[in-house]
Design a protein around this ligand. Structure first.
Ligand SMILES: Cc1ncc(COP(=O)(O)O)c(C=O)c1O
Length: 376
């Protein structure tokens, strides 16, 4: 058996939506589907304004710019995350301060965040909590941010549609800016790439649109090229891609239900495993991937060797994040993130999309348990 890691759930609605825009010759990023996708996202997530852009990375960059974060500012960021969750801090000339993760949601550890914000005595202007693997970060993370008065830019790239813990509110709603990815491997996609940034602030929304589109004031017909308000970026996304994305948002619940069903299959298939910690389940989890923590491993070499054997048997996996402060571009920054290091040496991510079958999950779980049994 050879199981794919990603499989996008889509149907005739996505195909018809795309064909319609193609037939209407609406390729340009000025098409009607761009504001429509932004507003659809905002409505679903419970925010006022939304603007689609070319990537989740771009959405975080735009949020930082709109928030006024710039040269020399300090920003609290996860040690355990995907690099595009941190790079935008460097794009604006700000300095990342790494915060450890906890091992239930893999999001920021609220106690460490509190300690870091306190130690820096008001110098940290913003925080980027991350919602990983389909789960919202702990609610306490947002409480700590509020207590310290920092701007919150929530990185929801991996968890579109997730709910906060013990809440009916969708992840991103409680943040000043919420950033989502529509890359082809994410919960929903806009034909392979894309991102969305949400805010409740009309002026922030205005500047995000400006910045994403070369700083052109598109609201003035003749002033277009005469009236640049700032040096902007090209973070535009095409109209056809947004048509696909809207149809994906229309089936968000179906996709989430399918992912929850796949997570259930994993839980059952691994019920008798020993020394494998499955990610904590909660009602609002949307299961982007299925993380497993292998407690008996002693070092990253054992993790890698086991991973090679698992992959060789047709069971795909993705290695965990490597702590950002250990990556060459950030290695000069001091950080104290032991749980991030622990996760980076003990976790693998397995597929959890709706199209997985019971047979595939049982096969993968069997391979994983057999290969893990060879360790120690
Ligand atoms: C946690 C996290 N943040 C940010 C991103 C960036 O999103 P994109 O790939 O759409 O730029 C990703 C995904 O790639 C991610 O997993």
């Amino acid at each position: 058996m050879n199981v794919p890691f990603h499989w996008v759930t889509y149907g005739k609605e996505e195909v018809e939506a795309v064909l319609k825009e193609i037939k209407d010759n609406w390729f340009s990023p000025r098409g009607p589907k761009i504001p429509e996708l932004g507003q659809r996202f905002a409505d679903i997530m419970g925010k006022k304004y939304g603007w689609p852009v070319s990537s989740g990375t771009g959405s975080i960059h735009l949020a930082l710019l709109a928030a006024g974060v710039g040269e020399g500012d300090l920003v609290a960021v996860p040690s355990y995350t995907c690099s595009p969750g941190v790079y935008p801090v460097s794009y604006v000339g700000a300095i990342p301060v790494f915060v450890d993760c906890e091992l239930e949601t893999y999001g920021l550890d609220p106690e460490h965040l509190d300690q870091v914000l306190t130690e820096h005595g008001g110098k940290i202007v913003a925080a980027i909590p991350v919602d990983l693997y389909g789960a919202a970060c702990k609610t306490e993370v947002l409480d700590v941010c509020r207590k310290h008065g920092v701007i919150v830019i929530e990185d929801v790239c991996e968890s579109v549609g997730a709910l906060y813990h013990d809440s009916e509110d969708r992840a991103g709603k409680w943040a000043d800016f919420a950033c989502y990815s529509m890359r082809g491997d994410k919960i929903v996609t806009a034909l392979g790439t894309g991102g969305v940034v949400l805010t409740d602030d009309a002026e922030m929304f205005r500047v995000i649109k400006l910045w994403s589109d070369l700083g052109l004031k598109v609201d003035t017909t003749m002033g277009r090229y005469r009236d640049l308000e700032m040096i902007g970026f090209n973070y535009e996304i095409g109209n056809v891609a947004c048509a696909f994305g809207i149809a994906q948002m229309d089936r968000l619940q179906e996709i989430v239900d399918g992912r929850r069903n796949s997570a259930r299959m994993w839980r059952e298939a691994l019920a008798d495993s020993e020394g494998i910690v499955q990610m904590a389940e909660y009602d609002g989890h949307v299961w982007y991937q299925y993380p497993l923590l292998f407690e008996r491993l002693e070092n990253v070499d054992q993790l890698d060797a086991m991973g090679e054997r698992i992959v060789a048997r047709g069971t795909p996996l993705i290695p965990p994040f490597w702590p950002m402060e250990k990556q060459p571009p950030y290695s000069g920054i001091e950080a104290d993130c032991p749980q991030s290091t622990y996760a980076s040496e003990h976790v693998f991510l397995f597929p959890c999309y709706p199209a997985l079958t019971e047979e595939q999950v049982e096969y993968m779980a069997g391979v994983i348990m057999e290969e893990y049994a060879k360790v120690g």
